[in-house]
Design a protein around this ligand. Sequence first.
Ligand code: GDP
Ligand code: GDP
Length: 455
Amino acid sequence: LAEEEGFEADELGGGVAAGGGPQPVLAVVGRPNVGKSTLVNRILGRREAVVEDRPGVTRDRVTYHAEWAGRRFKVVDTGGWEQDVLGIDAAVAAQAEFAIAAADAVILVVDATVGATDTDEAVVKLLRRSGKPVVLCANKVDGPSGEADATALWSLGLGEPHPISALHGRGTGDLLDAVLEAMPEAPPETFGGASGGPRRIALVGRPNVGKSSLLNKLAGEERVVVDEMAGTTRDPVDELIELGDRTWRFVDTAGIRRRVHLQEGADYYASLRTAAAVEKAEAAVVLLDVSEPISVQDTRIISMAVDAGRALVLAYNKWDTLDEERRFYLEREIERDLVQVRWAPRVNISARTGRHLEKLVPALETALESWDTRVPTGKLNAFLGELVAAHPHPVRGGKQPRILFGTQAGTRPPRFVLFASGFLEAGYRRFIERRLRERFGFEGSPIQVSVRVRE
Ligand code: GDP
Ligand code: GDP
């Protein structure tokens, strides 16, 4: 069984939402009200995925798993920009910037009934410069009479406009076919590690946890923050930092600094940047602020990293502020809210005093090593054989599904496929996953377990 076979997961084990390996990312960009969210809902095939756009409502969730014509990919909805905060042009430019940074293909949505605006032209320029595949979508062509409006969009110079009605579904199949054609099968494996080159780290966490402080401390100098006006888009800037005896690439650190210039309420922008950084990185260091209770925002950011299949280190920052009482509650919060990622290495640091910063690199190295781990098939099956003999699947309706054999279908993160004689219950899959961890470690890496039923 070769890795190249690219197994389709029939059903997915606990942990990561969608197995089957790294998936390409599709970004949907365009001005407000052109129908981006409506189109994303169409692509996802369910109404509830993206909530109705209401001014002032921020969305934390930005990436969704999608499938078309048997291919899996991620869709990023950039419809949640708070244009009041950023201004329309800045918001749209920022979307384009995101698309350039983290997407493998882009759908630019234009409202065909309005035609190309200056904002559309500006975004086209940015997208074109990036060299990413762009598919032009002429939306709100609800009937044949709108086709002429769509044709006018040839003027944008992005090739053929695809006329659709996101609202009614007209033409969306053809659009998706075109998108899949333009999109690579999988994101390019441009990661460092074994192939040499610095490993890519996303330093993420909610606003004010201390990301900039930590980065500055690690870089060993306070540096000048270049004042970047919202709206002047440039390519995201990574930061190379020597730590231990190697160089690390902290991705998209420009976003971390730029945040300073945004007003409060730009949460959506922050979460989109987080998603972009996580997609580009091999490992995520999620910073938590121990002086405050662990929040939903914290756990969402952790989930983003886990869902993206990235190695994970949890850094509890501002340790210098901790007193006995807060410490007591912190440990209880961790027990309660972060059990799902008990496997992630933990460092208790202070970006301010420099406490335990030297522990960050070993934690990252452990996590990345796990992320790269390959368990030989023989070893895996010896383990599965023993496990299944000692703990067979419970009998259900007179039947007892058995695991026939397993194989590791991929790494980064480790992905396992179990072949079974019948459907394995979720509880049993989680049990197997737990035992896999106990036996092989994987400290700091998510693992994916999927099951294929063999007749
Ligand atoms: P976004 O701001 O780009 O995410 O736009 P939305 O998806 O929220 O859509 C803005 C408005 O345009 C909503 O009232 C939609 O119902 C409407 N809309 C979206 N797609 C279509 C379409 O294909 N035809 C028509 N007639 N209206 C649409
Ligand atoms: P960011 O928004 O995540 O980049 O957070 P910043 O690095 O801007 O830090 C937010 C605030 O927390 C600033 O006032 C920092 O001085 C403070 N801060 C950061 N790290 C620490 C720490 O380890 N201890 C304490 N006491 N304060 C910290």
